[in-house]
Write a protein that binds this ligand. Structure first.
Ligand code: HEC
Ligand code: HEC
Length: 261
């Protein structure tokens, strides 16, 4: 079996698993990934690591992984191992409540925490090539694994805030995320089919952007489209929203790096 075929089969299997997980956990809705709504060409591009243009950024992440940076004279590889496989299964439970910060950390926050505190290196900007590359590199270690985000305990209030944000009308068009991605999922909006707006492929290579972008960049786009003021990448508002959406997508396979149009 070719690699791409294997991945497709694995994805199909995971889709079935997601359905069973959804039933077992008493979820009232079975959501599809953005992948399932994409046209065949876009799916094929995602399925083939050679054709998937996001892998240029995976390579940037891989280079940075073993690069010594900062005053402590360390690289990620020195502490986490040469090839990144020690982080298998890590990203699927993010965003996660962090005691030290008293709030959520997205995977990007975790990367910058290691850079600033453990490497004494400069934090990377959220949408920089290095951060996109490293977020892709780290999340790719868990590709195919079902999202498994917890909203128990101290994460609960952040989940509630994210949920409120999702359901709140905003902007000149007075629309909530919910109106498009829950009520109208599967319908056409101009040239696009509306999906459930899930985060399981991010950072994604977006054909329209001609490069990978973060989930928070996508949020900014969706906010701007209804003519509301976007928040910053890495803001508490967007990280809470990411928790809400990730929990909504629990059980779906992590596709990073995905391709979308
Ligand atoms: C000096 C050692 C050190 C360096 C260098 C370092 N880390 Fe870490 N990192 C740790 C420790 C210790 C933890 C917390 C314990 C753990 O989860 O392994 C951690 C946690 C993490 C986590 C969260 C793990 C989890 O289980 O939730 C990620 C992701 C991560 N590091 C990525 C990186 C990346 C990417 C780099 C390079 C940019 C890096 N780290 C550099 C020591 C280091
Ligand atoms: C006016 C309708 C509309 C509203 C309101 C809207 N979006 Fe979107 N969104 C879209 C369209 C169109 C796309 C591209 C097609 C798709 O993936 O649904 C999209 C894509 C997305 C994606 C990418 C999904 C993927 O698989 O790549 C996410 C995530 C997302 N939106 C989240 C949100 C969030 C969160 C909000 C609220 C802050 C929101 N959207 C509000 C129309 C909307």
């Amino acid at each position: 079996m070719t690699h791409a075929k294997y991945l497709k089969r694995a994805a199909g299997f995971l889709g079935l698993t997601a359905l069973l997980v959804a039933c077992a956990s008493g979820k009232d809705e079975m959501l599809l990934s953005g992948y399932d709504y994409a046209i065949a060409e876009t799916q094929a591009m995602q399925d083939d690591d050679i054709d998937n243009p996001a892998f240029i950024f995976y390579d940037i992440g891989e280079d940075q992984w073993s690069k010594v940076d900062g005053d402590a004279g360390k690289s990620c590889a020195e502490c986490h191992g040469a090839d990144g496989s020690s982080l298998k299964g890590v990203s699927i439970s993010y965003p996660k409540y962090n005691e030290e910060d008293g709030k959520l950390r997205a995977i990007q926050d975790e990367i910058n925490n290691c850079r600033t505190k453990r490497m004494k290196a400069k934090a990377w900007k959220w949408e920089s090539d290095n951060m996109l590359g490293m977020a892709i590199f780290v999340k790719k270690q868990s590709r195919g694994m079902p999202l498994n985000v917890s909203i128990a305990g101290k994460a609960a209030p952040f989940y509630e805030k994210g949920k409120a944000f999702y359901n709140e009308r905003r902007g000149g068009l007075d629309l909530a995320c919910k109106h498009c991605h829950t009520d109208y999922a599967g319908m056409h909006i101009r040239a696009n089919v509306l999906t459930s707006g899930l985060p399981n492929g991010f950072p994604t290579y977006r054909l329209k952007w001609q490069k990978p972008g973060s989930l928070h960049r996508r949020f900014r786009g969706c906010n701007t489209n209804v003519r509301s003021e976007p928040y910053k990448q890495g803001s508490d508002e967007y990280t809470n929203l990411e928790l809400y959406l990730s929990h909504r997508a629990n059980g779906l396979p992590n596709e990073t790096p995905s391709v979308r149009n």
